[in-house]
Design a binder for this molecule. Structure first.
Ligand code: RB5
Length: 147
């Protein structure tokens, strides 16, 4: 599985730690984020990863900024993206099982590296349950068409 990862200047070290973790687990990782602490606007990284996901260049995405919020809001502006901002593993797993989230975001200033790895693992290891949850996702994407 190929994972797109993106980040702003506040999450360079976190992105590196999560990338190493993903590679150690055997995933392929494509870096769409910044690699210096020079100011880099999070919508850029969000847009790159979100487009890579909807265009199927990667199977899913992980976005990291200071809080995970701005980068998640930006990603969710792209049609077809269901980005879940999570600070703990339970929500991360449920966002996949019920919402079929295709991007996970979190904050490098909110969670430590070890908790972030647990959040990422819970998300990647969970499976979408379909059924009534798919019906609700279809309703979300109907809203996109109305906007
Ligand atoms: C950057 O300072 C910060 O605003 C950004 O990383 C993020 O937290 C925004 O939601």
């Amino acid at each position: 599985m190929k994972i797109g990862i993106g980040n702003d200047h506040s999450a360079v070290d976190m992105k590196k730690a999560i990338t190493e973790h993903l590679l150690a687990r055997g995933f392929e990782v494509v870096n769409y984020g910044c690699d210096t602490t020079e100011s880099y606007p999070y919508p850029e990284a969000a847009k790159s990863v979100a487009h890579a996901v909807v265009n199927k260049e990667v199977d899913c995405g992980i976005l990291i900024c200071g809080t995970g919020i701005g980068i998640g809001i930006a990603a969710n502006k792209v049609k077809g993206i269901r980005c879940a901002t999570c600070s703990e593993p339970y929500s991360a797993a449920l966002s996949k099982r019920h919402n079929n989230s295709n991007i996970l975001s979190f904050g490098a200033r909110v969670v430590g590296v070890e908790l972030a790895k647990m959040i990422v693992d819970s998300w990647l290891d969970a499976e979408f349950e379909g059924g009534r949850h798919q019906t609700r996702i279809d309703m979300i994407h109907e809203i996109e068409k109305e906007a």
